[in-house]
Design a protein around this ligand. Structure first.
Ligand SMILES: [Zn+2]
Length: 153
């Protein structure tokens, strides 16, 4: 059973409309052990653009090298009340400002990955458990509440 835990939330501005652009950092745990992390970004009012996710998987053991981690890009959007997902390439400007540990994999590498099944499980867990992403897809925008602040553990 995968569990999503909250990390930092940072806010920026959409270049075209100055609406709030969200960057969520989240951690994925399985039986209390970290198995993945992701950054998700979306912009209020840009429901049609969906949510961009950079998902990092691999070894989270102490001392594990960054080379044992891989980052994949997932684009998720809604159509006819259904989620759609595609793996994306690193050619847009969405992730320009962010450093990722480990190896960056594009669409082809994702589809050929030995861990493709696991990537889909992560995607399912994110869409089911990430409250802010769910609210974005429900309403097309998100207003932060007190409960959205990450809990200290
Ligand atoms: Zn905009």
């Amino acid at each position: 059973m995968l569990e999503i835990r909250d990390g930092a939330i940072s806010l920026g501005e959409c270049a075209c409309c100055q609406q709030a652009r969200f960057f969520l950092t989240r951690y994925v745990f399985e039986e209390n052990a970290p198995v993945a992390a992701y950054i998700a970004t979306f912009t209020n009012g840009h429901h049609e653009k969906g949510v961009h996710i950079a998902l990092t998987t691999g070894s989270w053991d102490e001392g594990a090298s960054d080379l044992h981690r891989q980052t994949f890009l997932l684009d998720v959007w809604m159509d006819q009340d259904e989620h759609h997902m595609r793996f994306a390439d690193w050619d847009g400007d969405v992730w320009d400002q962010i450093d990722f540990p480990g190896v960056k994999h594009g669409r082809e590498a994702a589809l050929k990955s030995d861990h493709l099944d696991q990537l889909y499980l992560f995607k399912d867990a994110i869409l089911k458990e990430d409250g802010l992403i769910r609210r974005f897809f429900d309403q097309g925008y998100v207003e932060l509440r007190k409960s959205d602040k990450p809990k200290t553990r």
